[in-house]
Design a protein around this ligand. Sequence first.
Ligand SMILES: [Zn+2]
Ligand SMILES: [Zn+2]
Ligand SMILES: [Zn+2]
Length: 287
Amino acid sequence: MIGCDCAVCRSSDPRDKRLRSSVYIETPETAFIVDTGTDFRTQALRENIRRVDAVVFTHSHTDHIMGFDDLRRFSWQRGSMPVYASAKTMADLERVFMFAFKGTNPFPGYLKPEPHLISGPFQLGKTTITPLPVPHGKAEVNGYLFSRPRNTDLQSVRPVELHSAESKTEREYEISQAAPKAFGAGHTGQSPMFRHERKLIAYLSDCSAVPDEIAQKILGVECLIIDALREKPHPTHLSVAQALEVATRVQPKETYFIHIAHELAQSFEENLPPHTHIAYDGLKLSF
Ligand SMILES: [Zn+2]
Ligand SMILES: [Zn+2]
Ligand SMILES: [Zn+2]
């Protein structure tokens, strides 16, 4: 924190040096980023990011959008930059970055956003991205569930689920579309869609509560990445105790706390239950 002399701000543990929250997801067929905060440029240089095929936004708070214009490097490579956001977040992006959305500057190096409004699950490559609307104080933020096809033995697919689509992913996606209850309230992880998809990551970076229907949707996810600002309660973020309570409902294999404030040292991880970690800048997870 600027001008702070607390133990975490003066810590010698490099993991206590934290930039804004964001994740970069690389798959065999595509690569995308969730949020472009104020530190996006620094993070992209540090991690030597060479490819961004799309950006997905959680919400429009400055710590999640202010690096938006630095997507120009990747937009120029592709010709445009697909931007996925809720209608409210997109409206804010269009207002704050009017110069980019207006598209009147013909210089090819400028960012050319290609807006995609999120109204339900969508796909980037073979990854299904399911929005998880959660309260963030008085605002609503999209968390996201990222799921990928299992290596299903085709012999074991029930005849009713066979469609004419060419690829397995397309077929599974059709199943999810044909089964509206799959995303309904109170449904468990055993929905038709998720029998064929691995629920890999639930990303809830900014939230003050996780309603039960959202916890059900991400039940048993392999990795829960969740807001845990500090020990003391906060009006717009989960505390450590609240995040742990969410984890008991979601039952992930591993839990990572993010959006950590300077009140919480990396060393606090020693006090957390097994399979519960404090994420740090540069952390890489493989699935
Ligand atoms: Zn401090
Ligand atoms: Zn926020
Ligand atoms: Zn935030």
